[in-house]
Structure formats: C-alpha cells, structure tokens
Ligand binder design. Structure first.
Ligand code: SF4
Length: 326
C-alpha cells in the first residue's frame, strides 16, 4: 500500500535529480526500468507502450494518468502538472526491445498514458530519441498519440518511419471550441493548431487519425459540435476517427467531479446520476453516443470505428488483467 506523500518503494531509487526548473514546473530525471513496456490489458488495442514522461503540463481535467503521480509521492493531484519526470533510455536497449515488439506483431503505442510532445519534449527530446530507435526497426506497428502541434518537429523522422513501418499519428481533439477547451485542457494547444499539425502530417503522407476521446457528457457530446469536429479533422486529412465516452476510474473520478462541481455546477447531479453505477457512463447513454458518432463518421466519410470495436478487431485473443505500464 502506498503512503500518501511518500514515493512507492519501487520508485525511490529511480527518482533522479532535478534537471530543470521553469514556469514553476520542476523536471526530474526518472531512471526507468523499461521505456518500452509490455502490456497485459486485453481491453487495449496495443501490446506495448512507450511513455517518455510521467506527469503532463497540459493539465487536462479528465486525465486518467493523473492519479499515478501518487506513486511518486505527490499527494496533491495538481502536482501531476508541475512535477514532470523525464525518462531516459539507452538507444541500443530501445532497439532491442522494439525488435521484440516487432516479433509480437502488436502495436507500440507512444504516448498512451502521457503526452509525448508535451512542453518537456522541446527541452529533453526523449520522444525524438525513441523515434530514432523506431527508425532502426522497420516493420513495426506504431501509434503516436498527442495533443501537441510539436509533433511536426519530427516530420523528417516520421516520414522515414511511415515509409518502413505501419505508423499512425493520433491527434487528440474533442471539440473545436477553444474557449471550452481552455477550461477542460488548460495548457494544451488550441484546436486550430492541432488541426494544422494534422494537416501538415497528412500532407506529408503520414497517416493521421482523430482521437475524439473522451466525449464528455453534456459538454462535448452535442451532435452539431461532434459533426463540426469530425468534418474539420476529415478536412485536415485524418483517415480515421475513433471516440469513446468519458471513463471515471479511481481517483480521477473524485478529481473530475470536483472540477465539474466548480466549473459546471448545474451538471454535477447529472454526472452523479450518469456514473452512479461505476466508472462507465450508463449503457443507454453510451449507446446513444455510439449511434450519433457512428452516423456522423459516415456522413463525414470516415471509415470510423469506436474504440470498443477497434479493440475487438485488433486484439481478439488477449484476455489478461489490467496493468498500466510505465
Ligand atoms: S495531454 Fe494527455 S497526458 Fe496530458 S494531461 Fe491531457 S490527457 Fe493527460
């Protein structure tokens, strides 16, 4: 059991010195046991993860990775945004692990937990180092998920990787309303910047996908907003769209509902009712979103699938226990 305010035993020796401080954000080295982690969660559509950072300055209020900062001794959930841990990896070891991932035939997900192009990347270039290793292992299946236009910095590498591997860049965007997103994702790039990055990547021949996740009940679930979002992403060259309704697990639930209570107080009772049964919204609501999003995806000419369908299609045989890998 982890004690509040104290790092979990497994992390004590791994936490290195502060390597930079700016904008009231502290960057600390984290010796990572493995940067390329094997996953054992059958519900996810990938078999390997790479998360170059722990913590994320983008500060999304619904971020499901936020509670994991407690393992590093941060009792205040807000420290997820201001105490960023930077991982390192030996390039040869990275290549060896990526070869194992290639043998498995399963996708390597870069940034499935925290954003690989958050501001720390501009200073530390860990993600770029990962991509250098990916380039040396042709034939991989790779997905990169980000909210940052910073991904275009690596266009040169991404173009080479796309020529030799099965690469897709998932651009995470849930609304075109910049004012609304400033409340929900305070330090993430504006929607127009994310769409411009999508267009630049697509134009360079790099497959892109709209990640319309999470759909936030009563906030980003309106049909008109979703249609505009899907159409804009299609216009920016996205080949696919996937979506999923907000999932409120563990400490994320209390943090997010507290945020809703402060910022959208009239919605709080509706959220409490919708999530009364657990981490997932009630089935009827999820099915309604699924119907609407599927129809919009068709109307905007996406061969889109929901996340649930994608998991079923891509990982039919795996049925193992949840384990978020870092
Ligand atoms: S960008 Fe991703 S990792 Fe960063 S705070 Fe938002 S949801 Fe969390």
């Amino acid at each position: 059991m982890n004690k509040a305010g104290l790092p979990a035993p497994g992390f004590v020796k791994r936490m290195g010195p502060i390597v930079d401080e700016r904008r009231r954000v502290e960057f600390r080295a984290l010796a990572s046991a493995e940067l390329v982690n094997r996953l054992s969660d059958a519900r996810l559509p990938f078999g390997w993860t790479i998360n170059p950072f722990r913590g994320c300055e983008f500060a999304c209020r619904y971020c499901y990775a936020r509670p994991t900062h407690a393992y590093l001794g941060h009792a205040d959930p807000a420290e997820f945004e201001s105490r960023i841990y930077v991982k390192g990896a030996d390039p040869e070891h990275l290549v060896a692990r990526l070869r194992r991932a290639r043998e498995s035939g399963e996708e390597v997900a870069i940034g499935a937990a925290t954003d690989p192009y958050q501001p720390a990347e501009a200073r530390f270039s860990v993600t770029r180092g990962v991509l250098e290793a990916v380039k040396r292992v042709p034939g991989l299946r790779v997905g990169i998920t980000t909210k940052s236009a910073g991904v275009t910095r690596d266009l040169d590498l991404l173009r080479e990787i796309a020529g030799a591997s099965d690469l897709i860049v998932n651009v995470s965007l849930t609304s075109l309303d910049a004012t609304l997103l400033r409340r929900l994702e305070p330090r993430a790039p504006r929607p127009d910047l994310r769409l411009a990055a999508m267009a630049e990547l697509s134009g360079a021949g790099i497959p892109t996908r709209l990640f319309a996740m999470p759909v936030l009940p009563f906030i980003t679930d309106r049909e008109t907003g979703l249609r505009a979002l899907f159409a804009a992403a299609r216009g920016a060259g996205a080949r696919e769209a996937i979506w999923n309704v907000l999932f409120l697990r563990g400490d994320t639930r209390a943090y997010f509902l507290d945020f809703i209570g402060r910022e959208f107080p009239r919605l709080l009772p509706r959220y409490q009712a919708l999530y009364a049964g657990g981490a997932s919204a009630k089935a009827g609501y999820r099915e309604a979103v699924e119907r609407i999003a599927s129809r919009i995806a068709l109307e905007t000419e996406f061969p889109g699938r929901s996340r649930t369908d994608r998991v079923a299609a891509e990982r039919p045989a795996r049925r193992r226990q949840l384990e978020l890998a870092w």
